[in-house]
Design a binder for this molecule. Structure first.
Ligand SMILES: Cc1cc2nc3c(=O)[nH]c(=O)nc-3n(C[C@H](O)[C@H](O)[C@H](O)COP(=O)(O)OP(=O)(O)OC[C@H]3O[C@@H](n4cnc5c(N)ncnc54)[C@H](O)[C@@H]3O)c2cc1C
Length: 475
């Protein structure tokens, strides 16, 4: 086979990897999805008990829906909101059946490279196929591909609880008492948390979910104590948009957390910067700085919900262009930088913005956002639609924007830490409620707000915004 006749390898059978496969098939290209786990959506299965915050209509990829429709599948009610388990049972498992000839399970990708070339060699590089090395039950195998889409997510690389980005001293040694994400405290993990003191670390939606579930457990096991630790200066900043959030389920998380704090069901210690975990008899002492003094609290269990970061180890031989601090793909860092804005909405982007110096290689889905916390499935579906178009030579479709994102008009502009006039744009009044804020070192990207949009002081709460209608305009 010539390199061009080879398959496109998709890493990960999560929602975005499967959508990529459906998009490629719809365009006549042959995908091969390599999935580390024994079944589809291995990562979502870890949080299947959690309610999602986007309704069905923002959870289903269009090419996937078209493929499923040929097999008699019915789209779930668009405005109902699924749990992670619903998403798997009602959408991803049927989709995996439809894509069965194109998926291999128990296939963990351990490295990606160019055939016969290391990262340094340039001449003729783009003509060579990719080689994808896979660890499976029968040992290591290698697959060749004409292009690779890495949609392996970030779930398996959670951020540590140490305030400085490193694991707190003693954190790894106490791993048996530390859970990451949103443990199923009302189900399988009930005995571990009932009647115990649990410290929840973090201030994002996962932390809010964990607090709400622990508080429900506390109603039944009244000795349960919940302490919430976060780096934020004020707990109010963690409640988000509440009723102003255009995704009501997500807004409700903040409102419920606020009620729990105000009622005293959840005790808050903020700002708290964790430095060390010490085992004290059968408990854990969490040490850190509370404001400008040292402080510690004792807990039985710790739930760390401090976000995720991409595992880039398998991409060591691939020429990547990553945002310096977010480690997000291509050039999308300025659009999603939480230093500058907190909108859940992002300017539509596709193959062009996600491109790396390694031609034919893309990172898509949750992993494309690197450490930024605001990824939505709808964004991932648009990413892989555009990538599939680019890989099949449809330049026009690759550049077109077909994304209808939910409005998430809860952007809090933050004081700029950089000495530039940042055009931070967030509003619910724009057609798509998009938000953009360029980084100073990418000043040209200020055009993401268009020439007609007012440039606003970063400290103002909201500002009018503009949304480029195509990738060309975005340039
Ligand atoms: C608790 C929670 C709630 C969320 N709720 C919403 C919501 O309501 N709406 C929304 O739009 N988004 C939501 N998100 C964000 C996002 O849409 C999800 O995280 C989504 O699962 C991302 O899909 P993905 O396909 O990019 O990655 P994942 O779902 O993480 O899938 C990655 C897949 O790759 C596999 N894999 C990993 N490494 C390898 C490897 N080396 N080789 C082979 N396979 C590998 C994994 O096993 C997994 O199956 C939520 C996220 C979380 C954590």
């Amino acid at each position: 086979m010539t390199p061009q006749e080879l398959r496109v390898i998709v890493i990960g059978a999560g929602p975005v990897g499967l959508a990529a496969a459906a998009q490629l098939l719809a365009r006549g290209a042959e995908p091969l999805v390599l999935e580390a786990g024994p079944a589809v959506a291995h990562n979502i299965r870890q949080w299947g008990h959690v309610g999602m915050f986007t309704p069905w209509r923002f959870c289903v990829d269009r090419a996937a829906a078209a493929l499923l429709a040929t097999r008699g599948w019915k789209h779930p009610p668009p405005d109902d909101v699924p749990t992670g388990a619903d998403l798997i049972a009602q959408y991803l498992e049927p989709l995996a059946k439809a894509l069965a000839p194109y998926i291999e399970f128990h296939a963990r990708v351990i490295a990606v490279t160019r055939k016969g070339f290391d990262k340094v060699r340039s001449a003729g590089r783009e003509e060579l196929p990719f080689v994808v090395r896979v660890q499976g039950p029968d040992g290591v195998r290698r697959f060749e591909a004409r292009a690779v889409i890495d949609a392996s997510g970030t779930w398996t690389a959670p951020n540590p609880m140490g305030a400085d980005g490193l694991p707190a001293i003693g954190e790894e040694a106490a791993a048996d008492r530390i859970a990451s994400g949103i443990p199923d405290v009302l189900g399988t993990e009930r005995t571990r948390y009932a009647g115990k003191t649990t410290a929840v670390v973090g201030s994002g939606h996962s932390a809010l979910n964990a607090l709400i579930e622990l508080a429900a457990l506390r109603l039944e096991a009244t000795a349960t104590r919940i302490v919430w630790l976060m780096r934020k200066e004020r707990v109010e900043a963690a409640f988000g948009g509440e009723t102003a959030d255009a995704l009501p389920e997500r807004g409700a998380l903040g409102s419920q957390a606020r009620a729990l704090v105000e009622s005293g069901a959840v005790e808050v210690l903020t700002p708290f910067r964790i430095s060390e975990i010490v085992r004290v008899e059968n408990r854990l002492r969490i040490e850190g700085e509370h404001g400008d003094r040292s402080a510690s609290i004792i807990a039985d269990e710790i739930v760390v919900a401090t976000g995720f970061r991409p595992d880039l180890s398998m991409l060591r031989e691939i020429r990547l262009a990553l945002d310096p601090w977010l480690e997000s793909a291509g050039t999308i860092g300025p659009l999603i930088d939480p230093n500058l804005h907190s909108c859940g909405t992002v300017r539509p982007h596709g193959a062009k913005e996600l491109a790396h110096p390694e031609a034919g290689f893309f990172i898509a889905g949750m992993k494309s956002y690197g450490r930024a916390p605001t990824f939505l499935l709808a964004t991932g579906h648009e990413q892989v639609r555009s990538i599939a178009a680019a890989l099949t030579g449809d330049v026009e479709a690759a550049g077109r924007v077909e994304l209808e994102l939910p409005e998430t008009g809860v952007c809090n502009s933050r004081p700029a830490t950089r000495d530039v006039a940042v055009a931070a744009c967030c509003t619910t009044e724009t057609p798509q409620g998009a938000c953009c804020a360029p980084k100073p070192d990418l000043a040209a990207d200020a055009a993401c707000c268009g020439t007609t949009a007012p440039v606003v002081e970063i400290a103002s709460a909201t500002a009018s915004c503009c949304i480029p209608r195509s990738h060309e305009l975005a340039e």
